[in-house]
Each structure stands twice: as C-alpha cells, then as structure tokens.
Design a protein around this ligand. Structure first.
Ligand code: NAP
Length: 333
C-alpha cells in the first residue's frame, strides 16, 4: 500500500529534506500551505513537481478537517513555525496561533475523523530554555524563555494530551539546532558560510560576529528528519530528544568555514557587540541516548563536514549567480 504523508511547513528546510526522504521511500507526499505562501514552493526545486499541494490556511479548522478527511494520511508532520525565534517577540499571539493552533486543529481533525493517522509534532530544544543541567533528555523540565518556545511547549502538551486521553499515535521530536545549505541567512551557520564564500571570491571584506565563545549543538537537517520519520515507524508513540550531543563554539564554526576555503578567519572576522544575543550562557546540548536505543538513530554527518558542505554550496551559488553579492543579506533560503 502506498502511504500518504501530509506536511505543514513543507517549503522550509526540514520540509525539503523530509519530503525527499519520504518520496524516496515511495510515499505520496502532500503539503498543506496557505494560498498566499505558494510562491515558496519554488524553494523545493525539482521536488515541487512530485508534491500534492493542499491550499488551506493553517488557521482554517474546517479546511484542515476537509483535507485530512480527503487524503486520510497515514502520517502527518506538523513543521510549520515562524522561521526565526527572535521574530516571535514581535507577534506572540500570531506565533501561538500558528504553532499551537495548527497542532490543535490537526490533532482534533484526526480525532474527530477517527482515522489511523500517526502525528509528528516539531518540538524544539528552545522549550528547555533556562536550563540548569546539561545535557538535556526527555525528563528535563521545560522553562521556555521566549514566545516561540512557550508556543512550542503548549503545542507539545496538547499533543501529549491527545495521546493520553484519546489514544492517538502522536509524538514529538525535541530537536536541537540542525543546519544545511537551505538554512536562511539569519541563522549564524548560514551567515558564516555565506560570508566565507563571499570573502573567498572577493565579494566581501569582513564578517561581523558577536560572542565567539557561544556554543551550540549543531546537527545536519538531513540526519534529523530521519529521526522524525523513525518516530512514526516504531510500535509505541513516544517523545525523543534529537541532537548530536556535541557542543561546538562559534569560534570553531568560523574556523572550520574559513579553513574550508583556505582562509585564515582571524584576518576577516570582526567582533561587534551589537550582534550579541542575550542569554548566551545557557548550554543547550542533547542527550540522544533514547533515540539511539529505540530508533537506532545516530547523526551521520559531522560538524566539520556539515559546515564545509554549506560553504562549498554557497561558493557554487555565488559563482553561478544563483545568489548575488548585492543581495547577500536578503536571501530568504
Ligand atoms: P523553516 O525552514 O523556517 O520552515 C518553516 C516553515 O513554516 C516554512 O515552510 C514556512 O513557509 C512555514 N510557515 C511559516 N509561517 C507560516 C504561516 N503563517 N502559515 C503557514 N506556514 C508557515 O523551519 P525548519 O528549520 O524547517 O524547521 C521545521 C520545524 O522544526 C519548525 O517547526 C521549527 O520550529 C522546528 N525546529 C527547527 C529547528 C532547527 O534547528 N531547524 C530546531 C528545533 C525545532 P514559507 O516557506 O512560506 O515561509
């Protein structure tokens, strides 16, 4: 039987890698997106032709119910969210409605229809927020520190309630930062990969950075989406912390990125306090032992290989004119 997967946020980074994985496995893949966001489909490149587009606003509960009823998907992946966490301060209510509202509406549709659909909720390590232990695992308490994280916690518990009260196969992956050449440039890994490539080509002179000692658990998006899929293939719905379990500093990030194009970063990186983010001292790092044990999941792509690949892809894009030096700061994905 051909399985159907329904994905929100399909035009984002994870949507791309997840769709690619599912299509390779023979799934029929459908993307739920508001009509006004369909221009984003271009980001999926050749995959866009293989995906069924369901044009529905994610706030439209009857519209979502109708799509779920029509498709009867075996799996739903709820990935839609604001791209950049700091933006959630500008629109806390919109963030709550998108993140929590969409999860609630989709779970309600599955429950109401009484169909056998497995549900994945894209949770985030941001939910741990102000941590007082490292590494974090599935038992670490949530202490969200921004509207995005608070909305993700609400969506997570809504999903848990549907599992406990209504017996739905619903689970959440609490994912740490995961990157790729599809990350928007607002994120530090892509900002650095773009800068290293642009400087190598003489299109830029320097790179302004904040705290070089800040550390993150950075993984590869292509690895992390495999964990999402595996969570829906096992017998029991459970939640999983997904990360590499390794911390790397921003200094290691710039060193790796610049070295991959034969440059000495100390000649180009300028530390500017205006880019310092608050709360840099929190050490969010995963303990992915449960995922290793139950899902046989382990990251395959190392930090060094990931960053090198990102820089080389940006070098290729700049050389081919796919992105221009003048538009470096405007590139959406
Ligand atoms: P992303 O690249 O920013 O993609 C976000 C997706 O959500 C895009 O398809 C975007 O559509 C869509 N979206 C945004 N606002 C929307 C709205 N109002 N209505 C409908 N769709 C909307 O994010 P990602 O990196 O793939 O992450 C996927 C999920 O994992 C998100 O829920 C994120 O919070 C979570 N997560 C990500 C990370 C990470 O490190 N990447 C870590 C933990 C959790 P457009 O393309 O039209 O903008």
């Amino acid at each position: 039987m051909v399985k159907t997967a329904l994905i929100t946020g399909i035009t984002g980074q994870d949507g791309y890698y997840l769709s690619r994985l599912l299509l390779k496995q023979g799934y029929r893949v459908a993307g739920l997106m508001p009509p006004q966001r369909q221009a984003s489909l271009a980001r999926l490149g050749e995959l866009a032709n293989e995906i069924k587009v369901c044009a529905v606003d994610l706030t439209d509960a009857p519209g979502l119910l109708a799509v779920v009823e029509q498709l009867q998907p075996q799996e739903i992946y709820n990935l839609a969210a604001p791209s950049f966490v700091p933006d959630s301060w500008n629109d806390p209510l919109g963030t709550l409605d998108l993140v929590t509202g969409t999860a609630t509406r989709l779970l309600a549709a599955v429950r109401q229809l009484g169909i056998d659909t497995r549900f994945y909720q894209a949770s985030s390590s941001e939910m741990f927020g102000k941590v007082d232990c490292s590494p974090q695992d599935e038992d670490t308490p949530f202490r969200p520190m921004n509207p995005y994280a608070a909305a993700k916690v609400h969506a997570h518990w809504t999903m848990v309630h549907h599992r406990q009260r209504y017996g739905l196969f619903a689970c959440s992956g609490i994912l740490y930062n995961h990157e790729s050449s599809r990350r928007p440039p607002a994120f530090v890994t892509r900002k650095v990969s773009l800068a290293a490539a642009a400087i190598k080509l003489g299109l830029s002179q320097n790179l302004e950075m904040g705290n070089l000692d800040a550390k993150r658990d950075w993984g590869y998006a292509g690895d992390h989406v495999k964990a999402m899929w595996r969570m829906l293939q096992v017998d029991q719905p459970e939640d999983y912390v997904i990360g590499t379990g390794e911390l790397h500093s921003v200094r290691q990030l710039v060193t790796t990125a610049f070295e991959s194009v034969g440059l000495d970063w100390t000649r180009y990186v300028v530390v500017d306090p205006k880019f310092l983010r608050p709360d840099e001292h929190f050490q969010l790092v995963a303990n992915p032992a449960k995922a290793k044990r139950n899902l046989e999941w382990e990251p395959q792509v190392s930090f060094e290989v990931l960053i090198e690949k990102m820089v080389l892809k940006d070098l290729e894009r700049l050389q081919s004119g796919a992105i221009s030096a003048s538009g470096l700061r405007q590139i959406p994905h």
